[in-house]
Structures are given as structure tokens and as C-alpha cells.
Design a protein around this ligand. Sequence first.
Ligand SMILES: CC(C)(COP(=O)(O)OP(=O)(O)OC[C@H]1O[C@@H](n2cnc3c(N)ncnc32)[C@H](O)[C@@H]1OP(=O)(O)O)[C@@H](O)C(=O)NCCC(=O)NCCS
Length: 178
Amino acid sequence: MEARDSNHIVFRRLNQNDFDSLCDYLYKLSHETKKRFGPHSFDRQAIWDYYTHEENLIGYIGIDIQTNEIIAYSLIKIGYLEHDSFRLRSYGMALDNKTDCTFAPSVADDWQGCGVGNKMFQFILSELKNLHVKRIILWGGVQKDNHNAVNYYKRNDFKILGQFTYNGENYDMAFDID
Ligand SMILES: CC(C)(COP(=O)(O)OP(=O)(O)OC[C@H]1O[C@@H](n2cnc3c(N)ncnc32)[C@H](O)[C@@H]1OP(=O)(O)O)[C@@H](O)C(=O)NCCC(=O)NCCS
């Protein structure tokens, strides 16, 4: 198998012309990864509608410059998810739609564990600093048994806010931007 090198990956915002490539990327994800990453459904029209109707949504992609393929995809929603707000407030958090944002990352199966997720996070973080965002909250938390993701968030200085039960045990986690 060829070596995976995260130095061959460039990160940028998703745009309208990326939708076909994004659908290919999502289609190829393993069942295991799809089970972990589900901010929206995966068919083309549903993704298109989601980006058209949902406000303050930014997609980020990582592209392998050798093949031009998308190999990583993350969503940032500026603000918090109404759906998660009751739970987040129960930890004593004061939520703010201008300074909080919500994050859901994914990396193609063949590229996981090669440092792409870390680099994507650093890229997104630098953008968020320019948008005056102060805190990054996980999108629907993270499943406690998703050890790679829990380690990934801890490695990137996310802190556990609390724990909840939904299809198993989950953590809510957040990252404070200095
Ligand atoms: C979680 C995810 C985005 C991390 O991205 P990644 O590119 O695999 O992560 P990186 O290679 O940058 O590794 C970052 C850290 O994550 C952890 N990690 C990632 N992959 C790992 C693996 N296969 N085994 C153990 N730890 C792993 C490590 O702590 C690693 O720290 P290190 O840099 O000190 O080694 C990615 O694995 C993924 O898409 N997983 C499936 C979807 C998912 O779970 N999304 C999150 C839903 S809440």
C-alpha cells in the first residue's frame, strides 16, 4: 500500500463546485465511519438542501493534491445547535450564537491516523480566530467508545463537559480559543 502523507493535503472551504466530489467522498466512507459521522444525510440533494437552508454553515475539505480527491471533510456551524442546547446548558454553559461554533470532523478511512485530522483542525482554528469565535463545541457530542475520536479531541485540547446517553454513552466536549 502506498504511504499516506498528510503533507500532500491542502485544506480549503467547500464550494458549490465540490458537491459531486463530496458525494463521492461520502459514498466511499466505511459503515464504521458513517456510523460515527452523521451531521447530515449523505445523498446529493439532501446535502445541497442542507447547505442552502441551514444558516452559518461552513464546509471544509482536505484535498489530496496527487489525485485531486477529497480525503477529509468537516462542518462548522457558527453558533450552537438548538438540539444540543438544553444538555449543554445543564453543564452551566452560557451559550452564544456569535462566539460559539459547532464542529463535526471526518477523514477518509484510508487516511485516518496519518495526521490529517490534526492538520484540518489547525486550519479550521485559524479561520475561526478571524471570525472572532471563542469556543468550539462538538456536534452532538462524541460516542464514548469512539476511542480514536475521543483521543483526537483530547489531543487537540478539547475538554469533557459532561456525559449523556443516546444510542450508548457519549461525551460533550468543547475547546476554548484563547
Ligand atoms: C476522528 C478523526 C476525524 C480523527 O482524524 P485522523 O486524521 O484520524 O486523526 P490524526 O491522524 O490527525 O490523529 C490525531 C489524534 O487522534 C488519535 N487517533 C487518530 N487515529 C487514531 C488511530 N487509528 N488509533 C489511535 N488513535 C488515533 C490520536 O490520539 C492522534 O494523536 P497523535 O497525533 O498524538 O497520534 C478520524 O479518525 C475520523 O474521521 N474518524 C471517523 C469519523 C469520526 O469518528 N468523526 C468524529 C465524530 S464525533
